[in-house]
Write a new protein. Structure first.
Length: 500
């Protein structure tokens, strides 16, 4: 019998009522294993209504109550991390160790939310005028929503809801319909931790559910992670409807390798960052810029390492890279490799046509490596989101920097060098939101914020860290004067208040 994934509304499972379902496949076999209910407008409204009702009490709850629930949730999440990783592997296809790593990075934000007390501390200035004090405080927004992608079905939601809930908001999550089970399991663990009904809700679906969240008058803020075109749409539509928005878009992350770099370390980093999670991550290195005469040697080192990667089902402990999420996406990724030579690139490794014995119907693609890629090639210009690495050549640091800064994306970037001066110059001059120095994937730890520049971010706030706390709260300033009991009434004064 095919498994059915339903919604989670008001603290319990809500069976899909729209009659519309989407297929969920096991990417390693191509088999449809699950059906996920797609929400109608009315079902989204029910989730928002449950969150709005829950906010009446949760928004007034103590910090001690909120963090107590989150500490219990953290313990449950830690105890069930293997189970959640298995759900991710079954529906996304990534190898188990990679799925475990995703849960671990999500736990970092839960840790931050458990200590939210410090981030929510206000400010107080006493005696700004005679017997006048001024205080700045932060308060929750109300009902907030998260719309999350397929590539990290547990981690990206945890970039959002722990902080939102810790700040006193209630939450409606619309996860990817391609791998929905992890989000429902997180909801169950939150309920087990004692989270009141309606504080966290999950609705599945497509554009119908997304658009209703974007226009619903009771949703005060929307967080999104996904492709740039959709991020732009989310930002525009939600903003028009008066909502606060943080919409993280796509990327084309560059790694500069200077002539003085340790080429073995650089090659190791390039392979890990380009092909990990089958390249399906917004922080993947998809373009290496080799500076000077080291290009041929670097490409050869990358090729040697890439050819040794073991590709297979995610539940096989021997596998280092799994399949892509869907057959359609696999075919799209392959098209960039097939057309690369005609656009002037040298195809060093061609992973198209790769299959795994016994799993021939899986969404497989092998490792692809393209060298001497011109900046006009589609393989360079587009976010491929698969295991395809482009190598570009530059004669100087300045030329390489110009290549990076000319990109419309500005998510993450890295430089490999032994020269501290060059590294310092790069981190100041490059136009990207996250920079690694001899670190290929510079994803910040939980107490720093994640986010890019240019077409990689729409909105004013990055995600999690201090920016996350600020996004999920709004400031209020309170000016207070208390009369001294010994004071006599002074009468009406229509002039400006005296400040001395």
């Amino acid at each position: 019998m095919t498994k059915i994934v339903n919604h989670w509304i008001g603290g319990k499972t809500a069976e899909g009522a729209s009659g519309t379902y989407g297929p969920v496949t096991n990417p390693a076999t191509g088999e449809v294993t699950t059906k996920v209910a797609f929400a109608s407008v009315e079902e989204v409204d029910a989730a928002v209504a449950a969150a709005k009702e829950a906010f009446r009490t949760w928004g007034q709850s103590s910090l001690a109550q909120r963090t107590a629930v989150l500490f219990k949730f953290r313990a449950l999440l830690d105890a069930h991390r293997d189970e959640i990783a298995e759900l991710i592997t079954a529906e996304h296809g990534k190898v188990h160790s990679d799925a475990l790593g995703e849960v671990a990075r999500g736990l970092e934000i839960v840790d931050l939310a458990c200590g939210i007390n410090v981030q929510l501390k206000g400010e107080l200035s006493t005696q700004v005028a005679s017997r006048v004090d001024v205080a700045s405080i932060r308060q929750p927004l109300g009902v907030v929503a998260g719309i999350t992608p397929f590539n990290f079905p547990a981690m990206v939601p945890m970039w959002m809801f722990p902080l939102a809930i810790a700040c006193g908001n209630t939450f409606v999550l619309k996860p990817s319909e391609k791998d929905p089970s992890a989000s429902v399991r997180l909801a169950e663990l939150l309920a087990e931790a004692g989270l009141p009904e309606g504080v966290f809700n999950v609705v599945h679906g497509d554009k119908v559910a997304v658009d209703r969240l974007l226009e619903h008058p009771d949703v005060k803020a929307v967080s999104f992670v996904g492709s740039t075109p959709i991020a732009r749409y989310i930002h525009t539509t939600a903003s028009v409807n008066g909502k606060r928005v943080q919409a993280l878009g796509g990327a084309k992350n560059h790694m500069l390798v200077l002539p003085d770099a340790d080429l073995d370390a650089a090659a190791d980093a390039a392979v890990s960052a380009a092909y990990g999670s089958a390249g399906e991550r917004c922080m993947a290195i998809s373009a290496v810029v080799a500076v000077g005469a080291i290009g041929d040697e670097l490409v050869e080192k990358i090729r040697e390492r890439a050819e040794k990667i073991k590709i297979g089902p995610g539940d096989d402990p021997a596998s280092e890279m799994g399949p892509l999420i869907t057959a359609t996406h696999r075919d799209k990724v392959a098209s960039y490799v097939v057309g690369a030579a005609d656009e002037g690139a040298e195809v060093v490794l061609d992973g198209t046509g790769y299959t795994v014995d016994g799993h021939e119907n899986g969404h497989w693609i092998g490792i692809s490596l393209l060298d001497k890629v011109p900046t006009t090639a589609k393989a360079y210009q587009d976010e491929i989101f698969g295991p395809v690495l482009c190598v570009l050549r530059a004669d100087t640091y300045e030329e390489a920097l110009d290549i990076v800064n000319a990109s419309p994306y500005g998510n993450g970037t890295a430089i490999f060098t032994r020269d501290g001066g060059a590294a310092r110059r790069f981190q100041l001059e490059v136009e990207a939101g996250m920079v690694g120095v001899n670190v290929p994937i510079p994803v910040p730890v939980g107490y720093h914020s994640f986010g890019g520049w240019k077409d990689s971010l729409f909105g004013d706030h990055h995600i999690y860290g201090n920016d996350g706390t600020h996004f999920y709260t709004r400031g209020k300033v309170v000016t207070t004067r208390w009369p001294d009991p010994a004071d006599a009434p002074s009468g009406v004064d229509l002039g400006f208040p005296r400040n001395h």
